[in-house]
Design a protein around this ligand. Sequence first.
Ligand code: PRX
Length: 659
Amino acid sequence: MAEPTLDALLHESRRFEPPADLAAAANAQPALYDAGSVNRIAFWEEQARWLWWDQPWTTPLVWDPPYAQWFVGGRLNACVNAVDRHVVAGFGDKVAFHWVADAEATTRTITYGELQREVCKAANGLLSLGVEAGDRVAVYMPMIPETIFTILACARIGAPHNVVFCGFSADALRGRILDADARVVVTTDAQMRRGKSTPVKPAVDEAVAQCPDVRTVVVVRRTGEDVSWTEGRDVWWHDVVDTQLDTHQPEAFDAEHPLFMMYTSGTTARPKGILHTTGGYLTQVAATHRYVFDLKPDRDVYWCAADIGWITGHSYIVYGPLCNGATSLLYEGTPHPEDQDRWWKLIEKYKVTILYTAPTTIRTLMKWGHEILEPYDLSSLRVLGSVGEPINPEAWVWYRTYVGGGRTPVVDTWWQTETGAIMITPLPGVTATKPGAAMTPFPGISADVVDNDGKPVPDGGGGFLVLTEPWPSMLRGIWGDDTRYRETYWSRFDNVYFAGDGAKKDEDGDIWLLGRVDDVMNISGHRISTTEVEHALVGHPAVAEAAVVGATDPTTGQAIVAFVTPRGNVAEDESKGDAFVQALRAQVAKEIGPIAKPRQILVTPELPKTRSGKIMRRLLRDIAENRELGDVTTLLDPTVTDMIRTNLSESGGAGGDEA
Ligand code: PRX
């Protein structure tokens, strides 16, 4: 019999029931939902008991909207929960990570016992540099084991880490170091990318040159790249860490002790330092990891292919899996066209059972064709996860059909840097799945879709996603900006959390996420604000004004399209040239990072504005996506849009390709 085509699968299979064999043995059983709804707080207390507490909490939740404290009075150490307790329980020889360098150039297997020793050395190293509980430590590191050692060492001594994704520029790093007031930065000489050593330290040097309070930069030797050195400030990891004792007596911290901050884009040019604390965060990342991926620590090999520099890496490479005693694959590389079968080789070789990645990656692998994966045995896979952006049904069905061999549940998990952990997701073995739907809130989570007035929409309706009750891993604030915390999340509707996402409930009441409703774009699962990119563009001396929109893109979900008006003193032929567009793209890469480079930049003498002077982004979005223009009655000068359209077709949509 001929195999059904992807198209047929997509149109016939709107719903996949949980496989019976999985349902019988799954960590999550239907009663979990009942427990979460009968008594939400008792449910979370039950989850918190999976952790090791030096001192139990006295009150599970103090909710003084919009401020939550979870497990009040409890004391614990995050690193002990992630590492030491597994060693104490006799699992010191169990593998925590199979680290695989870029293009499999080298590998390293790290057991829980070794992880404990490495983390103790790193903790002693940080202490020897004068780092104390409460001090922020900036981490600008690629996907190497030392990044995990550093994060856990910070947690062990109570120093909140501030990890900055290595793809961010020196300017972006500087902003995050200064905002967090970090005095110590941990980095590497270079990282491996596509088989090549790519320098990392120069960005730190440039950033730190204007951070007078940074006293120490710790440098891991990753590739042996030559680096410039500032005596008295720069120290090698092998001098500071490798020379330390491999034991360290941990201290218990308050459940609300800050664990880390993670900067993310909002609707203004300045990123927000999202603050997470210890007890509630660990409770929810561990519980969600256990149930959403059906993690069985004694037999699973789990692979979260995100970067540690984002929240997914924090929650589902580091804290969640380690708290559950998982064995993980940690891969330094990213998929690229000259290495199309690497992922499938790795899954076969390490017998990966659970894979967690982003729709952009799935679409890229899909573009390369399922023939690439056919020679490989992927039968070890049993759960597939997706995160970071809405997953289109085609990619979902492809993922399940070809990667999952038509057997595996696909869990589309919705959450955010701010939520700290997964919030809306199916549970394998319990929840049916539908291609493209995140389905239903995790047990103990209250979410809804509301209209403009904050009223829940009926099934079949669309609106804004809100979270109606506090949850353990919720952000505790924005570092140094309480007003922004209240305004961004809690002012749109009374005492409910506004996520900034559009959503709909289908006829069965299942939730589908529809993308951002604010000026935040989602490029390959990375959050970038339009204002941030506009700010970078107007930083160029030849730019008078810039407007940025996210346009639909078949691979990256959204792509950045910028409209730029040059200053009057810039000659027309100069501003029309490709060199000008390239200079602008370079400017964005410098201020933010290569991930924020616009796919397309259109130079235009004017931008469409309302009579009150507001740029009409909606029109620009329509132009960028080549749609019929909607209502233009409020437009000051209707000829402007025609002019932009003409320029766009003349430029042939030029402006750049690689993001
Ligand atoms: O718009 C939603 C989208 O990503 C945003 C959060 O981005 P960030 O804080 O960088 O965290 C990404 C990893 C958790 C959300 O506001 N998003 C995330 N997951 C999904 C999603 N959109 C649709 N479906 C998802 N599963």
